[in-house]
Design a protein around this ligand. Structure first.
Ligand code: ATP
Length: 419
């Protein structure tokens, strides 16, 4: 690896054995020779790239495209099936699955433990502790066991620890999606500071804006393969083009997670990870439809026409305070509008095991152009929106251009005067 490189990913692949049924999987655990009957799933396939010192690289891709797998391989919590990763420097990581924090220990104890694993001496941790505490801003919870924290609090503490251990490389897997907007902005500001200090950053984001605004380069993953490694705008445009091409646009049926085989992962280090499965109720998106005022499926609207984004969601367990988000982007990934039921102060009823249909009624006050829709669902926990499912591409629609009305994305309906 050349001296100005901090990460080199070479012919990196991760394959999993996928079984027809849990029974088949159990048989294989007793009789490994039966593994020959299982299928191989390529979560990551022959990925190559390098990251230079001081570079910020964003990774984008649909659900299941291999983003988290890639980050876990880089951080060493997964072992590659083929190829390898070379890392030059101290990595601090916030990963999405599971938790590197011990739920029985207090926040304070976990900070000491994690910082020590990342190579800090007790004296160094002592010196940094008050900064970590201040940044996390979780009050007296710092001395409570992590198991009593909301997911937002875990992210706050994990992010605060990761940025204060003087890493050479910061790896962030969508952690910023959890937590309130003010905290997200605080984290992004800190990322800016770290960029100025020459820290290399690898960031998974579903936000094209964050990619364009904060990253020097983008990497687009699709079905485990690296499709593009280029300037952010080019990557975002290619991603959006692919989404439109792959889907019809009007009704998006969401793939259900397929049977997941036994991971052959070995944990070799303990980056801070964000809990996902915390035993609480969760919502997931089943399908998304775009309907006109007559209730018909449609992907073409006139300026000002009423339309609805109809979402079928599945509740598993009891979701006390559900929350829904929607986002409209341009085809090159710039977010034009986004909102959540929380930001709109809407109080929703409890959702318990079952299928529900919810609807965003909107007005197409947009200029003649194509718009990409994303939706998210989740719950409010201690005031934070914890998203449990997001569909980056939930359809697209076209606003039919009005002659002589100008172009672009906005429709300010200007009236011109010569005075
Ligand atoms: N232990 C496992 N066994 C089998 N398949 C797995 C395992 N872990 C992950 N996968 C599969 O590998 C693929 C890539 O998963 P990964 O979590 O890396 O995707 P992602 O791009 O991070 O998705 P998301 O945006 O939803 O977080 C998915 O199809 C997933 O189902």
């Amino acid at each position: 690896m050349s001296s100005n490189c901090v990460i080199e990913v070479k012919m990196l692949s991760k394959h999993y054995d996928v079984y027809d049924s849990p029974l088949h999987r159990m048989w294989v655990s007793f009789f490994p020779k039966l593994a020959g009957n299982s299928k191989k799933f390529h979560a990551l396939d022959d990925v190559n790239f390098t990251i230079k010192k001081g570079e910020t690289v964003g990774i984008i891709g649909r659900n299941g495209s291999g983003k988290s797998t890639l980050l876990q391989l880089i951080c060493g919590t997964l072992t590659p099936s083929l190829g390898g990763v070379s890392v030059n420097g101290r990595i601090a990581a916030l990963l999405e699955l599971g938790s590197g924090f011990n739920p029985e220990f207090s926040g304070r104890e976990n900070v000491y433990l994690n910082a020590a694993i990342l190579g800090l001496t007790p004296k160094e941790i002592e010196q940094k502790f008050s900064d970590i505490e201040r940044f996390a801003d979780i009050g007296d919870f710092i001395d409570q066991p992590i198991k009593t924290y909301s997911s937002g609090m875990v992210v706050r503490l994990a992010f605060a620890t990761a940025i204060h251990v003087s890493p050479d490389i910061l790896v962030v897997d969508e952690a910023l999606a959890v937590g309130d907007t003010a905290f997200q902005q605080k984290c992004l500001n800190r990322i800016r500071d770290m960029q100025r200090q020459g820290v290399s950053i690898l960031l998974v984001t579903h936000s094209s804006n964050t990619l364009i605004e904060y990253c020097d380069r983008g990497i687009y993953l699709k079905k485990g393969r690296l499709i593009m490694d280029a300037a952010c705008r080019d990557v975002v445009r290619r991603y959006a083009d692919d989404l439109v091409e792959q889907e019809g646009g009007m009704v998006v049926e969401i793939d259900q997670a397929s049977e997941v085989g036994v991971a052959n992962a070995t944990s070799v280090s303990q980056p801070m990870q964000i809990r996902q499965d915390d035993g609480q109720g969760r919502l997931s998106v089943q399908s998304v439809e775009l309907r006109n005022a007559k209730g018909e499926l449609s992907a073409n609207y006139q300026f000002g026409e009423a339309f609805a984004v109809q979402i079928k969601v599945k509740a598993e367990g009891a979701v006390d305070i559900p929350c829904f988000g929607v986002q409209l982007s341009s085809v090159d990934g710039i977010v034009l509008w986004s909102g959540t039921t929380q930001s709109m102060n809407l109080e929703l009823p409890v959702m318990v095991d079952g299928i529900y249909t919810v609807k965003w009624n909107m007005q197409a006050n947009f200029s003649g152009n194509r718009y990409i829709l994303a939706v998210g669902v989740g719950r409010i926990e201690s005031g934070d929106y914890l998203r449990t499912h997001r569909v980056d591409y939930a359809g697209h629609f076209d606003i039919i251009p009005v002659a002589h009305s100008g172009g672009g994305w906005l429709a300010p309906c200007p009236v011109f005067e010569v005075i």
